[in-house]
Design a protein around this ligand. Sequence first.
Ligand code: NAP
Ligand code: GLV
Length: 309
Amino acid sequence: MTLLYHGLEERGLVWRDIVAARVPQMPLLRWGHDEVDPQEVRYIAAWNAPAEFFGQFPNLEILFSVGAGIDQLPINALPPHVRVVRMVEQGIITGMAEYVALACLALHRDLPFFISEQRAGRWSYRHTRLASQSRIGVMGLGELGRAALDVLRPLGFPLSGWSRSGREIEGVTCFAGTSTLDAFLAQSDILVCLLPLTDETRGILCRANFAKMPAGSAVINAGRGGHLVADDLIEALDAGRLRAAMLDVTNPEPLPEGHPFYRHPAIFLTPHVAAETRHDTAGNVLADNLERLLAGEALLGEVDRKRGY
Ligand code: NAP
Ligand code: GLV
């Protein structure tokens, strides 16, 4: 019964040691370093690998994603009985909360405008707003959306959230389902996307939805690049329909040289660094799940493959 790790070498070493200390009966073997009998592989931990890689392991039972998201893995190519578990760990959650706080404050206080003016050598005054005047709407009220709302709440922003099934969150106006999307967008001066990428959410940051937001609003995408229609964003920014955007994820990644996002004055771009899986905390979550598995208990972060997240 082999647990196989595929990914960054540095993380593999940390995870090997954590698993050896906490679940010694299930040593973690590292792809490319340890000798592996493909027939013996039951569990794989990976960030991303092509379908052919997983096809080598006929007895695979569980795929543990190194990330909170799973769309980077070829899930549809896996046999239906293979269980998929995403990473729910405090390092990712805290990292995302920090990023969303940074992005919301930056857009709320018009940082793209002031930086662009500075670069142009201009001392350009523009009136500022208080947090109470910028309504923030968070799309996705899962682990990350809720953590983001928690850091925004004390800053005084009026907060709302949108999800599939609805939530009750203190101090947050919650919207549920497709029928409420227009009303949610209409009152989001800053829209934060923290959705998983599924067939239902692909392209959700598009011209039609930008048109439903208040004029001059701003967008933050820290979900996946596939949520955003790039041309629609550029068009909305150039027309002044949107004021600015902060993007941590793009499609594709890395973004090709010369892409308009790099130089657009109203776009802040970070290279998918909003929330990184932390070697230590995530290694311990993997070990928690291995213990749960051996005890026959439910796994933390198991994905509903039909739902896609
Ligand atoms: P999660 O706990 O699974 O939460 C997903 C949320 O999205 C849930 O509230 C869910 O609604 C909602 N949702 C899903 N499909 C929807 C739909 N069709 N309409 C409306 N709401 C929908 O996921 P998470 O841990 O918060 O992570 C979210 C995503 O963040 C990941 O999938 C990944 O793509 C991205 N991410 C990015 C980074 C980065 O560095 N940029 C890092 C980590 C993760 P219900 O509550 O009703 O189920
Ligand atoms: C990063 O993007 C993740 O899904 O954890």
